[in-house]
Design a protein around this ligand. Structure first.
Ligand code: AMP
Ligand code: TRP
Length: 332
């Protein structure tokens, strides 16, 4: 049986980028890989690498967990849990840090981007975060890790660490494979299509939150930045805004980009955007309704308790084995 694993940080509100790049593909993958077990967690330890308000963090943790289920992940085939409830993540994270070089972490573009901005709130945990992410994955012997494009480099590092430790200490970890969607792995900001749609953005006009109401969604899509070319076509270099909207359209309808371009061939951006706005709103409406139902019952906590038990049993056993391989403690 194969193991799929992924996580999402509970920081800010989940966006359409998270849905298309991650959550939607989780559900599709689970449907395709019928006999796989999916370890899926809320990466709360990663969220606190930047300062979080306690009440916001608690809300965001429940939102991510609830949204996984609302999107259609099957609880019978999913081990759903909260990262901080399994202390082995942090402990293995430390052991992996001892096998990760500064140079490797310094090369991470996500860190480099933040560091370039001379941000004085950059924490040491944000620097070492890829080692914790590697621990999240290697702790459960994951075969496949579905993520958006921005996590590709972190996954490569996780693979390098696994290979290195297998070499140093003998067979420790399975080397995981990333799964990155062909379309939708990088949904861009609606106001600035040169950058990734992100929930930690200062301006909320650039992203659609999965919790936005219908009127807000429609307004945000309709006011998305386009260009003066006026033709609906896929050209990320010259028409990044329109190309991004085409990607959103294609992933939510499962139509090909070509077919969508043909559909709007002699029409302007206005009609294209209006249609897309309604597609996004009608995708998110039932999602939100299922989310409300799940989070207003005790179902979510029951599933999270069950997930914690299963994840904990696996993690304890795995960590014990790794510590022994390294030569920690007293047992040979
Ligand atoms: P995060 O919100 O940073 O924890 O990301 C959770 C998952 O969503 C990861 O797999 C990301 O790669 C994915 N993701 C985040 N933002 C986007 C985006 N704008 N487009 C596509 N995928 C994204
Ligand atoms: N770092 C990921 C992000 O910001 C979230 C994450 C943490 C993750 N641990 C993971 C994703 C393990 C996949 C596997 O998007």
């Amino acid at each position: 049986m194969k193991t799929i694993l992924s996580g999402i940080k509970p920081s800010g509100s989940l966006t359409l980028g998270n849905y298309i790049g991650a959550i939607k593909q989780f559900v599709q993958l689970q449907q395709h890989m019928d006999d796989a077990i999916f370890y899926l967690f809320v990466a709360d330890l990663h969220a606190i690498t930047v300062e979080q308000k306690k009440s916001d963090l608690l809300t965001a943790i429940r939102q991510v967990a609830g949204m996984y289920l609302a999107a259609g992940l099957d609880p019978a085939k999913t081990v759903l849990f909260i990262q901080s409830e399994i202390p082995q993540h942090a402990e293995l994270g430390y052991l992996l840090q001892c096998n990760t070089y500064m140079g490797e972490l310094e090369r991470m573009t996500q860190y480099k981007d933040k560091n370039r901005k001379q941000d004085t709130s950059l924490t040491s945990a944000l620097f070492t975060y890829p080692a914790l992410m590697a621990a999240d994955i290697l702790l459960y012997d994951a075969d496949y890790v579905p993520v958006g494009d921005d996590q590709k480099q972190h996954l490569e590092l996780a693979r390098d660490i696994a290979i290195r430790m297998n070499h140093r200490y003998g067979d420790c970890f399975k080397v995981p494979e990333p799964i990155i969607p062909e379309v939708g792995a990088r949904i861009m900001d609606l106001q600035n299509p040169g950058k990734k749609m992100s929930k930690s953005d200062e301006s909320d006009k650039g992203y659609v939150s999965l919790f936005d109401d219908e009127a807000t969604i429609i307004k945000k899509i309709k006011s998305a930045v386009t260009d003066s070319i006026g033709i609906v076509q896929f050209d990320p270099v010259h028409q990044p805004g329109v190309s991004n909207l085409l990607t959103i359209y294609a992933t939510l309808t499962e139509l090909s980009i070509q077919d969508i371009c043909a559909k709007y061939e002699s029409k302007g951006y206005k009609e294209f955007k209006e249609d897309l706005a309604h597609i996004v709103a009608s995708t998110l409406k039932p999602l939100k309704a299922r989310y409300d139902a799940i989070t207003s019952s005790s179902e979510l906590d029951r599933i999270l308790d069950e997930g914690r038990e299963i994840a904990s049993a696996y993690a304890q056993k795995k960590l014990r084995k790794i510590k022994q391989k390294i030569g920690l403690g007293r047992k040979k």
